[in-house]
Design a binder for this molecule. Structure first.
Ligand SMILES: C[S@@+](CC[C@H](N)C(=O)[O-])C[C@H]1O[C@@H](n2cnc3c(N)ncnc32)[C@H](O)[C@@H]1O
Length: 324
């Protein structure tokens, strides 16, 4: 009798547990189905949401007119990925809505600098294309200094300076040169169109990975470690930062507002983003800012071949202003 009551209780418990499991399985399967439906909707939405050909062309034309940057065909996916950052920042749902805002709205004009910020490519490095810095220290500086009897500081311009790695490399090279040449004075002008990178450059804070191309003795001399021992950040010393003047400048501007003659311009890995007529126009304006016999450094993948400019080639990716 006892054992049959026990067996009944066990059977009832097993039945309840099975019911419970079924209910849970139902809940789980409902939930997973719902999740699958949501994911499908999202994938469909993402799939549906792309820049139309018309909007892609409109953005390309605007970026070209404002910044000279030639996106051309085949950059649509890249542009979508970059513009998406603006959609997120503005909490705008679709590319169409974003383009309506940029093109059909008075307020849209204010969006232009942000759009230019996201379309620029800012890749850079400390001591990038290091042969140029060797040339500057071992050949150009001694020669320029022997000529430079003007009593003015030597001026070097990092044109398209991105987040500051190039001008700070120049500052290190020139400071080192100055240590062995008493009386040597210099100033560095660093310009870019993009305000985000300029703010970063001005702060002069970098991760340890980013400063890894700087030789160790120079790191010890020109970089400050954080007080927090766990921090991965270093900062350019205030003395070095003071040698660089950062300024916003768009190469499409008529007047570059550079009044002092410049002894060397580093405009490297910049003109690659412009079409040939724009490259030539910009380089002519830059060459005008050079002192006679001043140097123009461009990126190793850039060439001035067949351009009508007042410069002569002297080494790979290096030109010199023709004397007046
Ligand atoms: C790839 S980075 C080159 C940085 C550095 N010169 C180097 O070689 O490492 C190109 C820079 O050119 C700037 N740039 C693009 N269009 C410009 C324009 N119209 N006026 C001024 N700077 C521009 C970008 O914002 C970007 O920071």
């Amino acid at each position: 009798m006892r054992s049959s009551r026990g067996a009944r209780k066990l059977a009832q418990a097993a039945y309840r547990s099975r019911q419970c499991c079924c209910a849970r399985r139902m809940e789980v399967s409902d939930w997973t189905q719902e999740l699958r439906r949501t994911c499908q909707k999202r994938v469909m939405k993402e799939h549906e949401d792309f820049l139309s050909t018309r909007d892609y062309s409109r953005i390309c034309a605007l970026v070209y007119a404002e910044a000279g940057i030639h996106l051309g065909t085949g950059k649509k996916t890249m542009l979508e990925a970059r513009v998406k950052r603006r959609l997120k920042a503005l909490q705008i749902e679709s590319y169409k809505e974003y383009c309506d805002f940029v093109f059909d709205n008075q307020e849209g004009r204010k969006e232009l600098p942000h759009l230019i910020d996201v379309v620029t490519t800012n890749k850079t490095d400390f001591f990038r294309e290091p042969g140029h810095f060797d040339f500057l220290a071992s050949r150009a500086l001694p020669e320029l200094m022997s000529r430079n009897r003007l009593g003015r500081p030597l001026t070097v311009w990092s044109a398209g300076c991105s987040s500051g790695e190039e001008p700070y490399t120049l500052a290190i090279v020139l400071s080192e040169y100055g240590e062995n040449h008493p009386g040597f004075r210099f100033r560095i002008l660093a310009t870019d169109i993009c305000s985000t990178v300029l703010n970063k450059a001005d702060r002069g804070v970098y991760t340890k990975e980013v400063v890894s191309p700087i030789p160790a003795p120079l790191k010890r001399k020109y970089l400050l470690r954080s007080r927090d021992p766990g921090s991965n950040l270093v900062r350019v010393t205030p003395e070095l930062r003071r040698t660089v003047e950062f300024r916003q400048l768009n190469f499409m501007d008529d007047d570059y507002r550079v009044t002092e003659p410049v002894d060397a311009i580093f405009c490297r890995n910049v003109i690659i983003y412009f079409d040939r007529p724009t490259q030539e126009r910009i380089l002519r304006k830059l060459a005008r800012c050079l002192a006679p016999s001043g140097y123009l450094f461009v990126g190793h993948s850039e060439t001035l071949h067949d351009m009508d400019l007042p410069v002569l080639p002297v080494a790979p990716a290096l030109y010199r202003r023709i004397e007046d």
